[in-house]
Design a protein around this ligand. Structure first.
Ligand code: GMT
Length: 381
């Protein structure tokens, strides 16, 4: 099939998932056309089946706000027609679903039918999309999509709760390439980070308020009182300065490393012991799933879709939002008992395998085949 994928090209989970999906589809023989304003961060491979189309947004002195959505729709039209796409799969409703709707109408005028699949990822529904500035367009464009998917049962329910959606929303959980994240750890790297055998905790996010990164530092401070430990903070974002202040206030500067945005997450995760995700909301928590594939138990909140991946008392622990005391207690319990740590690591890995790329990508292919059965009868196995 010839598939157009539209996503945010940044480190956010929706862009990561969309890019990994495109790469997997290309490996299976489909032609995949990424349509984004920058090369997606995870699009770091060469494949004869992958095409990248950059959305250029011309500026003009009259515009205070360059019309990105118009440029996006126009680029979609161009790619649909010149590469004879079979379908468009847009990730994150704003503005991708409405831009796709516009493109669909334009190509229909020249007799081309392009099915549009919209995958909802989280803040497009729970935060930004709900804002009344965007809500009417979000509702309309979701309803006009030929198929709608959500990355968790929780997000599906939240979408029905917040918008007047008239169609069925299919849940297709996010996935991880388990083989990539469960590679053999490089001992030398662990030695550099934790030279005295300290336990390594990791957090990865875009450091926005919703991630409650200060809670990560508070939990780490409690762990550090009980044992030698190091904290790796991966990512960047607006909450970094107050978090750095907190690290200094606790006197933890030597034990906390800010690694910035990282493309090779697997190399960090495989040498680490515990992943901490105290978010106020996660539709899914892809970062936690990647950690689990690298055999890391997860200390998280019970918010949103997190209980769909992190199993309390098995792959990690779930606590109420902001309950730093409980999350600290759980982290210390896992890290101070080697047998328990090893059981949780094994369980985390087994749970991640349920969400392996090879199990989930065929579900997307099956969904695509609903809209182009003739073409899809020739789908690669
Ligand atoms: O978490 C973020 O702020 C980034 C956001 C995004 O849109 O890229 O992530 C959302 O989509 C991910 C992939 O489906 C999910 O794993 C994240 O849980 C979700 N984030 C939120 O719901 C806050």
């Amino acid at each position: 099939m010839r598939i157009g994928i539209v996503c945010y090209p940044t480190f956010g989970g929706s862009g990561v998932l969309a890019t990994e999906l495109g790469k997997a589809l290309a490996d299976k023989g489909h032609s995949v056309h990424f349509i984004t304003y920058q090369q997606p961060v995870r699009l770091n491979v060469f494949s004869a089946n992958i095409y990248y189309h950059e959305v250029r947004v011309p500026t003009y002195p009259l515009f205070d706000y360059p019309p990105y959505e118009v440029a996006l729709s126009s680029t979609m039209v161009d790619v649909i027609l010149h590469h004879n796409l079979d379908l468009l799969h847009v990730h994150y409703a704003i503005p991708h679903a409405s831009a796709a709707y516009m493109a669909k109408q334009i190509v229909a005028k020249v007799g081309k039918n392009i099915p549009v699949i919209t995958t909802l990822h989280g803040t497009d529904i729970t935060l930004v999309g709900r804002d009344k500035t965007y809500a009417p367009v979000v509702t309309f464009s979701i309803n006009e999509s030929d198929a709608i998917t959500a990355v968790s049962d929780n997000l599906r329910m939240e979408t029905y709760r917040s918008f007047a959606i008239e169609k069925e929303i299919d849940v297709i959980h996010n996935f991880v390439d388990v083989a990539r994240f469960s590679k053999k750890p490089i001992d030398a790297f662990r030695q550099v980070i934790a030279p005295n055998g300290e336990k390594i905790l990791v957090h990865a996010s875009n450091f926005r308020k919703i991630k409650r990164v200060q809670d990560v530092v508070k939990i780490f401070a409690e762990v550090r009182k009980q044992m030698g430990a190091k904290l790796l903070m991966v990512g960047d974002g607006p909450e970094r300065p107050p978090m750095e202040d907190l690290v200094k206030d606790y006197g933890l500067t030597d034990d906390v490393r800010f690694l910035g945005k990282q493309e090779q997450m697997e190399e960090i995760l495989v040498v680490s012991d515990l992943f901490v995700l105290p978010s106020e909301y996660e539709s899914f928590g892809l970062a936690a799933l990647e950690a689990m594939a690298a055999r890391m138990p997860v200390i998280s909140t019970n918010a949103g879709g997190l209980p769909e991946i992190n199993i309390h008392g098995k792959t990690g622990y779930l606590s109420n939002i902001g309950d730093v005391e409980d999350m600290s207690r759980n982290a210390i319990a896992i890290l101070s008992n080697d047998e328990m740590l090893s059981d949780f690591k094994k369980n985390a890995y087994e749970q991640a395998c349920k969400f392996d790329i090879h199990n989930i990508v065929p579900v997307y292919e099956k969904l695509y085949s609903r809209f182009c059965s003739m073409i899809c009868s020739k789908l690669p196995a």
